[in-house]
Design a protein around this ligand. Structure first.
Ligand code: KG4
Ligand code: ZN
Length: 335
């Protein structure tokens, strides 16, 4: 089966062609980041309009790149949620219109399931069961994965997501959106141990997270430095490093707990924050001590992309799942 995947849940228009025999044939992405940067975050109405402009031309580019025709496609998967409702509607409408025109099945898939399965597109994919840490701009979750669609939620953030905390810390440090990679780059120049940030909710049992306190701690540290007239580039880098270390340590402690609690030896990390180099190193060190291993996608498949949606959709379409006649767009949708 040749599956077209469509991702339009937020600020990236992503498409991909996945063949259930030959694997990923091609993918293409248009990022709206520059358009939203002037506003310091994603503007939903602008996002939807740009998906309308970009999606069909991007699909044609993709088919050209893979040397295929629209008629070669056997099924279409699109992100049905969670995400911005207008943006989701664009992907869903195009998917259903193409599906109807071509007479092929269409299926709306869960965006976080896409992230979760993205490491399956790599050369050495993890076998089931595994524990997955989903860390994106909207989610921080630990999930036990026994198979496609067999998910047990082990813990999640009670407030902000890790990526959201990165984005907010970035703003406080005068960095542009999206903040995660920029905080990470600034932290490279930081002096270790100049500031010590808390590791929230690690001193009590359980697998839930909380990142909003870390945000307040960052703001207070920035204000204190400003008051002392010392918000130099070096101080900003030191704060960035202290913040990043606190997030990485917190995630690492909870992942260790999750592996021990479930008896799993494989840890998958997925979502935008899983591109973070220090997080990968921290988790790999932890897992090695437990004789376990860590799996993640190539950086471009950690953040939003069409390939993960094509892959997740292919698994479900192959199993006979499909939408009815209605477009599915679910802004809030627990996995
Ligand atoms: O998965 P994603 O592309 O979109 C959502 O589904 O939310 O994740 C985006 C998030 C943003 O908050 C971004 O700042 C963060 O991932 N991010 C990073 C890094 N790259 C992206 N955070 C920390 N370090 C990075 N290298
Ligand atoms: Zn995402």
């Amino acid at each position: 089966m040749l599956i077209l995947g469509i991702e339009t849940s937020c600020d990236e228009t992503g498409v991909a062609l996945y063949d259930t025999q030959d694997g990923l044939l091609a993918h293409a992405l248009f990022s709206q980041i520059d358009m939203h940067a002037d506003y310091g975050g994603v503007v939903p109405e602008l996002a939807s309009r740009d998906h309308v402009r970009k999606l069909l031309p991007l699909c044609d580019q993709l088919l050209d790149r893979a040397n295929r025709l629209r008629q070669d496609i056997d099924g279409i998967a699109y992100t049905a949620g969670p995400g911005l409702v207008g943006a989701l509607m664009v992907g869903g409408s195009v998917a259903h219109a193409l599906g109807l025109a071509l007479g092929i099945p269409v299926l709306g898939v869960h965006h976080m399931e896409g992230h979760l399965l993205a490491p399956m597109l790599e050369e050495n994919p993890p076998a089931f069961p595994f524990v997955a840490l989903l860390v994106s701009g909207g989610h921080t979750q630990l999930v036990k994965v026994d198979g496609i669609g067999v998910y047990e939620m082990l813990g999640e953030s009670v407030d902000d997501a890790a990526g959201e905390a990165f984005d907010k810390a970035a703003k406080m440090l005068g960095l542009d959106y999206p903040g995660g990679p920029r905080v990470a780059a600034l932290a490279e120049k930081g002096t270790p141990d100049r500031f010590r940030f808390p590791r929230p909710m690690t001193d009590r049992p359980g697998l839930d997270f909380s990142f909003s306190g870390l945000k307040t701690f960052t703001l207070n540290t920035v204000h204190a430095a400003e008051k002392e007239g010392d918000l130099s580039d070096q101080t900003r880098a030191d704060i960035a490093l202290a913040f990043e270390s606190a997030v990485v340590d917190t995630l690492t402690i909870k992942c260790r707990r999750a592996l021990q609690q479930t008896g799993c030896s494989r840890l998958v990390i997925a979502g935008g924050v899983s591109a973070n180099r220090r997080l990968r190193t921290g988790l790999e060190g932890m897992a090695a001590k437990l004789k376990g291993s860590v799996f993640y996608a190539r950086p471009e498949f950690c953040t939003d992309n069409g390939a993960m949606i094509a892959y997740a959709g292919a698994q479900r379409l192959q199993a006979g799942q499909r939408d009815g006649e209605r477009i599915v767009a679910v802004p809030r949708w627990p996995m």
